[in-house]
Each structure stands twice: as structure tokens, then as C-alpha cells.
Ligand binder design. Sequence first.
Ligand SMILES: C[S@@+](CC[C@H](N)C(=O)[O-])C[C@H]1O[C@@H](n2cnc3c(N)ncnc32)[C@H](O)[C@@H]1O
Ligand SMILES: [Zn+2]
Length: 280
Amino acid sequence: MTVTRTSESVPGPTRLATWLRCPRCGENLSPGGATWSLSCVRGHSFDANKRGYLNLVDRSRGILGDTDEILQSREAFLAAGHYSPIARLVSDALPRGEALSVLDSGCGTGYYLEHVLSSRPLWDALALDVSVAAVTRAVRETGAVGVVSDVWQPLPVRDARADVVLCVFAPRNAAEFDRVLAVDGVLVVVTPSAGHLRELREDGRMIGMQDDKIERLDAALHPLFAVEVRRSLEYTIGLTAAEAASLVAMGPTGHHERAARAQSAVDVTVGVDLTVYRRA
Ligand SMILES: C[S@@+](CC[C@H](N)C(=O)[O-])C[C@H]1O[C@@H](n2cnc3c(N)ncnc32)[C@H](O)[C@@H]1O
Ligand SMILES: [Zn+2]
């Protein structure tokens, strides 16, 4: 679904520029009139894509993050509604202020951001991911502006710009999230719990342990962030063989081509922890 949002009345290059700082010198970026060229006062300039995002990832590093194939699997799986309880959990946990701003870090297809924005038409959003294919989709699906950027590098986002940083099943850079959050901002993180997709690991379709232990997450964000609210969600979904294959293909094991092993219908546990962090 393509969403038309109220904030889209502001020209795209302006919306994008208000989020970004120059990746070379840190000065704010400004829009170049109606064009998608953004520049800083020191004369560094960057051509954003007219679809609404700026790509700051060096192409010589090859394809980073999720590939188009993984994203297609994720899109098909999410469209079936299997994770809609997680989308509701996320939307319910975010503030309800009228015109706040949200940075979705590791946005993927933009599925969660779309849910958040659908009930917050005045919000201003930036979709960030290291994958060009992900940001392209997220911008198209949510009406947000976007940036292709590696979360492990200094983010091209202005200081104190976001009221909310959202990070669902994606890597977290505590120092940078702290820098880009407004004084009263919140960081909302969703991680898989120990039981998440356990049946697919038990029957060998998926490899690897869940290493996202919640204690480790708190420790990684400490001392910058402290837990304000934590909610856990667990439910079971019945998957067809094809859906199970799609789920395997969209996870980290998608790279290992294990999807082909998913040959039977299966009931699978979905388990996540959502944490709202505030500055400690
Ligand atoms: C498991 S997906 C989650 C996507 C989305 N939040 C969702 O839940 O549908 C993880 C996302 O993080 C992105 N990612 C991985 N490493 C990254 C990095 N270093 N910087 C930015 N994004 C990254 C991937 O491209 C992928 O879109
Ligand atoms: Zn500059």
C-alpha cells in the first residue's frame, strides 16, 4: 500500500535535508531548491534519489544488508499478517504526540514504520538501512524519506533530531542512537526472545542460537540508556510449508539456502521482547 502523508506537502528534498548532516564534515545539509541535491555550508554536496532517499554507502563494498531476494520473502511473509501482533505491540508502545519524529534504524521493508505512521499522520519519519533495496521499499511503502547508511558508522543524522528511534530485529549503535535522540526521546527496541521460532531450529530448518539475550541488550545499551518499559509477547502461528520456507529465507539463515528444506506445514512460536529505553 502506498501512503500519502500530510508531511508530504513539504517538498521531499527539504524533508530529507532537515534530518541529515554532512557525512564529511558534520554541518547540516540543506536542499538545493527543487532538486534532490543536498549540500552543506562547506560545499560538500550529495545527490539524493528523487524517490526520496540518499545513498551514502560506498558501492565498492558490494551489496550490504538484506538482498532483494530476502526482502521479497520478508514482504510476502509479513503481508500474510503473521507478525501483525508485533506491529500492534510496537505501535502501542510509541508515544502519541501529534507531530513527533521517528528514525527507523534497520527499517527493512518498512513494515513496522508503516503501522506506526498509519495512526500518526503528522509524524515525520526517516527510514535508515544499509541495504539500498530495503530503503527503496520502505520509502515507497511508508512515505518516509530515507538514507542508506551503515549503523556502525557515524550516522548522517543531525544531533537530537529524533523523538523516537525504532529498531526492530536490527543492529543497535548505542552511542549514535543517544546522539540523534532529542532530550526527551525514547529508544524502542524489539528483539527475538529465547523461544522465537524454536520449532524451526529444533527440526533443523534454521541454524544458530538466538544470541539476543535481553540481559545482553540492556548491558550493551548501558550506561547510556535505562529500561523504562518492557513487554513480552508470545503466540503460535500455523505455517504452510511455503510460508515456513519464506520465513527461513528471510532470516539470517536465508544466506545459507536452507529454505529448500522447509517441506512441511508446522506450528511455530513467535516470541519477542519490546523495550522502551530512556536516557539513564
Ligand atoms: C532482520 S532485518 C529487520 C528489518 C525490519 N526492521 C523488520 O523487522 O522487518 C535487519 C535489517 O537490518 C539491516 N542491517 C543489517 N546490518 C546493518 C547495518 N550495519 N546498518 C544498517 N542496517 C543494517 C538489514 O539490511 C535488514 O534490513
Ligand atoms: Zn560538509
